[in-house]
Design a protein around this ligand. Structure first.
Ligand code: PLP
Length: 427
């Protein structure tokens, strides 16, 4: 008989955990422990042989629990559950999204290498590339939305370091503009610059879309990265990150994680296990709300432009086709320009009541912020304008509230733009 294949959302409550391990507890407890007792010295020896790669792991042999910097049940179960959404062989979770990104970059790049990345890029990632990787002799070059294969090849060749391309790193859709990058084109770029000695990695920061709406491994990526602080955590109460890929690559990432010591703790693991149970219903509701909000914004006289994947039409040509190929939903991130400049954008933000004025995204509550002066404040002013991060741009992360209430709140805040003095109010 053919085994029934369960959908990820059906497995989020139970996969990888057995109640008999914990006195019948239906939920995985928090294993708040630093170390684990070995049954015998021989067992401890066997665990270390596998953990330190002193011998091949036996086919049926599982890595035993040793010490919570190496592994912990809350992390292992969480990692196993996260693999289901992306169809990955393995996963490593971290205490932040930045930890996941920086560990992957350190593991797969070496002095002399070139990193090709999309722009605009998350501020923290950009800072790390510019100020930290550079100290280790790793240089970087940025490509922007709309550049085709030949143009990016030329850009890389101009650096004179094509043969040293170590990684293609992208964020798609880009934050905050929702511009798309083609993952399969990145794979072709990596193959184009591959040498018999080395194959450049393709890494995708999938925070904006994942793990529900975009599965980069299926489009040729080697690594998928998340700030699990966002949709995966989803409640604005935990900072965490994840990296997913093949077993071989993840073994390397996990080894470096062991020695950097930046794995997530058991409490973080437990919180994320709890969050994953509602991941799909949260994200679906958020996307449904976002569709309604985006359509409403588009017809508002005080709004100049709305950047939302759900508003793309066949007339947008290649961008529409790429969206259809790569994403299964337009997501819940909307950016829009308020007519006017920074003053008008600020007046709008200062008058929101239900929607909170805060950075971050993907949470149950709706959040709005001003990219030019907040998340992207550190960016070169010219670069900002080139990429469309204008002074009147607002980024909105849509939550699970009632769509009518969100529209009411956005509407009353827009009414105050250009009329009264802004006044802070809290619900
Ligand atoms: C938030 C975020 C990060 C950083 O994640 P932390 O969990 O804050 O460390 C990286 N990339 C993107 C796209 C993000 O939104």
């Amino acid at each position: 008989m053919k085994m029934h294949k369960f959908q990820p959302e059906s497995l989020m409550m139970s996969y990888g955990y057995r109640p008999e391990w914990s006195e019948g507890a239906i939920k995985c407890p928090i294993f708040q422990t630093s170390t684990f007792v070995f049954k015998t010295a021989e067992e401890g020896k066997a665990f270390f042989e596998v953990a330190y790669g002193l011998r091949e792991q036996g086919e049926k042999e599982k890595l035993g629990l040793i010490y919570s910097r190496l592994n912990n049940p809350d992390l292992e179960i969480l990692e196993n559950r996260l693999t289901l959404w992306d169809g990955a062989e393995d996963c490593a979770v971290f205490e932040s999204g930045m930890s996941a990104i920086t560990t992957a970059m350190f593991e797969f790049l070496k002095p002399g290498d070139l990193l090709l990345h999309s722009g605009p890029i998350y501020g923290g990632t950009g800072h790390f590339i510019t100020h930290v990787l550079s100290k280790f002799g790793i240089s970087a070059v940025e490509f922007t939305p709309g550049m085709n294969f030949e143009e990016v090849v030329e850009l890389v060749e101009k650096t004179g370091k094509g043969a040293n391309l170590g990684m293609v790193f992208i964020e798609s859709p880009a934050n905050p503009t929702n511009a798309l990058f083609d993952i399969s084109m990145c794979k072709r770029l990596a193959d184009h610059f591959a040498t018999p000695e080395h194959q450049p990695m393709v890494a995708v920061d999938n925070t904006y879309m994942g793990p529900l709406w975009q599965h980069p491994l299926k489009h040729g990526a080697d690594l998928v990265l998340y700030s699990a602080t966002k949709y995966i955590g989803g409640h604005s109460d935990v900072i965490a990150g994840a990296c997913l890929g093949s077993s071989v690559l993840m073994q390397r990432v996990k080894a470096l994680r062991t020695f950097l010591g930046n794995m997530a703790g058991p409490w973080t693991g437990w919180l994320l296990l709890r969050s994953l149970e509602t991941l799909k219903i949260r994200m679906q509701k958020q996307a449904k709300n976002a569709q309604k909000v985006a359509l409403w914004l588009q017809s508002h006289p005080k709004i100049e432009r709305v950047l939302y994947l759900g508003l793309l039409t066949p007339e947008d040509g290649d961008e529409f086709l790429l969206y259809k190929k790569q994403c299964s939903s337009p997501g819940a991130m909307i950016s829009f320009e308020v007519r006017g400049g920074e003053a008008e954008a600020f007046a709008f933000l200062n008058n929101l009541h239900l929607v909170k004025l805060a950075v971050s995204l993907g949470s149950t509550e709706s959040l709005a912020q001003h990219p030019a002066s907040m998340t992207h404040a550190g960016m070169d002013p010219e670069e900002k304008l080139k990429l469309g991060i204008n002074p009147n741009l607002v980024r909105l992360s849509v939550g699970v509230e009632h769509a009518k209430d969100l529209i009411y709140d956005l509407g009353q805040a827009l009414e105050k733009v250009g009329s009264t003095n802004p006044e802070r109010a809290f619900l």
